[in-house]
Design a protein around this ligand. Structure first.
Ligand SMILES: NC(=O)c1ccc[n+]([C@@H]2O[C@H](COP(=O)([O-])OP(=O)(O)OC[C@H]3O[C@@H](n4cnc5c(N)ncnc54)[C@H](OP(=O)(O)O)[C@@H]3O)[C@@H](O)[C@H]2O)c1
Length: 267
């Protein structure tokens, strides 16, 4: 028999909610009793969850968050809901040698991965700080821990997410705020991320690194992000923890060569 869900009467907002990690975060949040507002350029997939989570509100909003004004509109619309969690998950990358990759795609990626996330984090954390509860969860990446030859702008964008989140969370803790910004750092996941990032429609997923299932990753990282008061960022899974240690202690030149080799051979 399905476990009875204790309804919380609070909302969680998830960007990039139509598939992949964002969709799995929505499912986990619904299991925890939250109502959901899911955002994507086409968020209609979320309606599939309505049959499974009958007593909960599932709201799907279509916004292209790489267009700045849509972020302003999103924040305005969120004011009408008692929001406790805001997950900045929407994101993608532009794979390829920097001299060859498409600059328009890179600018669009920067609008989404950096500018949208920055604005939404600021607006929501001010609200959470004032109301005395709430968490922003920003989806970074293991890519935050090193520069990424052959995927340069994506790695750099995730380094921004990591740096911003840790600095804000330190301010919140030092000023005894009840609000938190947690940065989660997934390793490779089997989603549509790679297809979009490598401009392939039906690309076969290719990684030499062991991959955790997206639902397991969502569950584990969310549980930690909602529980911890001390942590600033979350690395989940043994392989990811090991890679994090290696990038910390190995000479940068070796890390750069390894990432170059790994990324160059992916397509
Ligand atoms: N998969 C990995 O290996 C991996 C590893 C580390 C970190 N991450 C990070 O995890 C996050 C989620 O990625 P994923 O793997 O789940 O990729 P995904 O399957 O491609 O999902 C991306 C989600 O973002 C939405 N999205 C894309 N562009 C958008 C835009 N301009 N405005 C609003 N929503 C947009 C997509 O929906 P629409 O297409 O309908 O807009 C979709 O819901 C990203 O931040 C990614 O960088 C992924």
């Amino acid at each position: 028999m399905a476990k009875k869900i204790k309804l919380l009467n609070k909302y969680a907002v998830v960007t990039g909610a139509s598939k992949g990690l964002g969709y799995e975060y929505c499912k986990e949040l619904l299991k925890k009793g939250y109502n959901i507002i899911g955002v994507a350029r086409n968020a209609s997939n979320l309606n599939n969850l309505k049959t499974e989570f009958v007593g909960q509100k599932i709201i799907a909003w279509n916004f292209d968050l790489s267009v700045f004004e849509n972020n302003v509109e999103l924040i305005k619309k969120c004011q009408d809901y008692d929001t406790e969690i805001f997950i900045n998950n929407a994101g993608y990358g532009v794979w390829g040698f920097f001299t060859q990759s498409d600059v328009d795609q890179e600018m669009n990626m920067i609008e989404l991965n950096i500018k949208s996330l920055h604005y939404l984090t600021k607006k929501m954390i001010i609200k959470f700080d004032e109301q005395g509860y709430g968490r922003v969860i920003n989806v970074g990446s293991m890519a935050a821990f090193t520069p990424g030859p052959v995927f340069a702008s994506y790695y750099a964008s995730k380094a921004y997410v990591f740096s911003l989140g840790l600095a804000i969370n330190t301010e919140l803790k030092k000023t005894k705020s009840k609000a938190r910004v947690l940065t989660v750092c997934p390793g490779p996941l089997k989603t549509d991320f790679w297809n979009r990032s490598s401009n392939q429609k039906e690309a076969k997923y290719k990684s030499t690194i062991k991959v955790m299932s997206t639902s397991t990753y969502a569950k584990k990282s969310l549980n930690t992000a909602l529980k911890t008061n001390k942590k600033d960022y979350i690395v989940t899974g043994l392989t990811n923890k090991l890679v994090k240690k290696i990038t910390k202690w190995a000479p940068l030149s070796i890390t750069l060569s390894s990432v170059y080799k790994y990324q160059k051979n992916r397509k």
